[in-house]
Design a protein around this ligand. Sequence first.
Ligand code: ADP
Ligand code: MG
Length: 468
Amino acid sequence: MKYEAVIGLEIHAELNTESKMFCSSKNDPFHSEPNKNICPVCMGLPGTLPVMNRKALDWVIMSGLAMNCQINKFSKWDRKNYYYPDLPKGYQISQYDLPLAYKGFLEVGGKKIGITRIHLEEDTGKLIHPKGEDYSLVDFNRSGVPLMELVTEPDITTGLQAANFAQELQLILRTLGISKTNMEKGEMRVEVNISVREMGAQSFGTKVEIKNLNSFMAVEKSVDFEIHRQTEILQKGGKIVQETRGWNEDKRLTFSQRAKETAMDYRYFPEPDLPPVEISQEWLSQIKSIIPELPAERRTRYKNMGVPANYAEVLTSIGISGDYFDKVVRICKALNARSVANWIVQEEVNFQIKPEFFGDLMQLIDDKKINVTIGREVLKRLNSSPEKSPIKIVEEMDIRTLNGANELIEIIDRILKTNSQAVNDCKKGKDMAIGYLVGQVMKETRGQADSIKTREIIVSKIASGRDD
Ligand code: ADP
Ligand code: MG
């Protein structure tokens, strides 16, 4: 019997607003001393009233639009009631039946993954359990921090897809500038729901939830482990227990945390202290107008410029290198985008280098005024003095040496071509063979070549396998 996995994600992200969701306390759960950024509202004292943070609303609507969601024109707040020491109010203000955004999708690795909903709520405080002590401490700095929750449809089928979805979401939220999304810090928290069923079966199997995953790798590996574990149980005729499991990073396995036999009744009801949220067309248009270029759009734009897909991916995922690339090709229109991308992705580039100077360097190489080896040397010098023009750097490199170097490289190329046996020996790690090749170059130049430089060039050419 063949089995297939069914996976859905629930992802929380803390929004990076100045103040908290329903009060003016500072939103800074990490850097302040414990219980510093608190007030009667986020402490849940009787008689206080919450006031909505407009920016948090804007941002969740924006993320909904960025992920192809419908936006509820009429949205509201609900109380989710439960008691826990990190929740002094005894309830969390959340959204139940009318979330801000619903029915969206994200395309990840060519696969469309449905988004059920995105809503806004408030984060809880944090419990700290000092090692070896018989008490716990509570820090309310995080109480009331704006938290968005995104729930996907059960459209995911592998650990890698789950991790890729989370990574794409992180990239989008960072591009929008609305959440720092560091998973190790809990600024973004991924929970996965997994079940396994007979291939092609109509109904879903019993699902297991994995919590507290603090890296993309943990998401991928825990899901794959869990698929395997559940499949084995089913193959042996066993039954899956509905439960919450954790991930043990060292042992690389999931373990049972608590059984979830009945659904918790949170007694949701409309929040009486807050008015509903009506979202006008003007409000939506205003948010739409400030959405920056999204990762998917950026990848497509790069591909249309002739940048290979894997470089487009790197330039998109490390936004700063993409921004730098954009500046360089905007300033130097004559340049070949593909080779600029190549240099930015492959070489170590100090982004303090003025984009026009980086463009000048690319132009020198494009015009064959200098070769790639010298280009790398110029880049090295630019990296340490980013204010300096590469044209000046080339001038200062002593034109005689430069010509010499160009000549030298031609001679080296010739020697390498005519001594393929020695080149092969070098590749196998025989140092003697390098010495032989250096000797041949010295012979050819009647001792005028710089032997150290010659050796360096030969080693780097053989190592990179490049034919400059
Ligand atoms: P719950 O009420 O237990 O939180 P939801 O219906 O809200 O369950 O779904 C939570 C997440 O689990 C969603 O991402 C959903 O796509 C996913 N999901 C629902 N049923 C299954 C299932 N049988 N197997 C795997 N994932 C599921
Ligand atoms: Mg749920």
